[in-house]
Design a protein around this ligand. Sequence first.
Ligand code: SAH
Length: 510
Amino acid sequence: MSGKAKVYLVGAGPGEPKLSTLRAKELIERCDVLVYDNLANPELRKWTRNDCLEIDVGKSPGRHTVDQREIEKTLVEHALSGKMVVRLKGGDPFVFGRCAEEMLALDKAGISYEVVPGVTAALACAGYAGLPLSHRECGSTISFLTGHEDLSKESLRVDFRKFAQVGGTLCIYMGMSKLEEIVEKLLEGGLSPDVPAAVVSNGTLPSQRKIISPLKELVSLAKKAAMEAPAIVFIGNAIGKSGDMANWFEKRVLYGRKIVLTRSIDQVSSFKEKLELLGAKVMELPLIRILPSEDKKLITEVFAGIATYEWAVFTSANGAREFMRLFFLAFGDIRSFGPMRIACVGEATAKIFTDHCLEVELVPEKPTAESLAQDLVASDSLDSANVLVVTGNRNRELLVKMLEDVGHAIVDTLPVYETDFADVRKSPDLDDFKKNGADAIIFTSSSTALSYVEQEEDLNLEAGAQKPIHCSFGPETSNTLLENELKVDLECDSPSIDDMIKKLVQHFTQ
Ligand code: SAH
């Protein structure tokens, strides 16, 4: 057995990926085999290496849970073949996670293991719903109970009548399918019908919902609100002590809003994160792919003459980013950038240079290639000047033509990346989008809009699905939408993530 053969029994946390531990992340990033179930957020699986073997042992539609003994066998087999195995479980592995059985199986096979605790659902749901679990005056004990562990089991495992006498705060896992019976037993046991109670479902996720009521009304309210699993039931006087600001999760400005991002998959992360922090549920429908351009000969030629350009013009952040990557590969030293002046289409593009302490001399007020060309022409510095235009494979003809014909510049173009339409049928969120729709769809570029138009048939919403508003990053993107008879409901002043978020917040809170 190789030295690293070991099983890590890891808590994934309650749902929100940021609530997983640093240790969990580091192990997921390193492991050879990841054995997971459905309470572990799929986002965590994005941390794995490309060659990691991912094994789903959770329940999914049309398939029963993988038998516990099967799971144990899987862990043992992979560990014995010398693999580093992570067994990822929702919440904390030791809280209603059948971890003890897996430890026993590993013990029997002589395989070493490590346990990584996680934030368990009761603590996470209480925090995210603003419900205190303890209180100096009325909550000195906290109990974690389970309603049932197996739907097929008829009776409750816990004697809830007795827990009515324990008092304090009761946190009931897996309690939804037997809620009526649980409440009945607690009342029979002598718990006051007026004691505060709550249900939090999908805690910490954008779909989190909660209800709060006196115990006697909990069952009818939960039914009315169609509260569904996974959910935790809280009962106790302490949870009634939450204050006016306790709805911090639901009060976030984009809470409950479904926003569709259409950028290429490797470009969405900071946008997604910012939207999620404001409470939005982000759906990913990548409509374009960004591929680095491979024209090595042209790149070498341009870099050989880099000192001869008077202007370097950048029409997109992608181009600027890729140019700087190639530049450092070729030169490794910022001083080789030479004296060329820099012009950028917008602030996000300019930031890539200012981050390297390079001054950007021209950013047009209106973030379009046309305005960029107009401002350059107006600067009266183009006549016979060598100008380098760094672009993708689209939307460059007009700019180059204006610089040459009106400004009389000598233009070299350097395409450093290519934009390709991505097949929307491969998007993980497509089914959800077609079935339920969304509040907004964001077009970051003309290419995302064109790709949308081209694939409209595959994007058709089902009857009753919510039609999203169309949000455009700038005038060029808006024009593409309008030319294709698509409405533009909202447009950025400057094509940046922050400006788009500002506009979305204004739109949804007005
Ligand atoms: N080991 C897990 C619990 C597994 S039992 C932990 O420590 O959290 C599964 C139960 O956990 C669900 O039926 C539900 O009661 C609860 N649960 C898990 N994730 C939840 C979530 N995001 N919101 C509400 N309840 C959750």
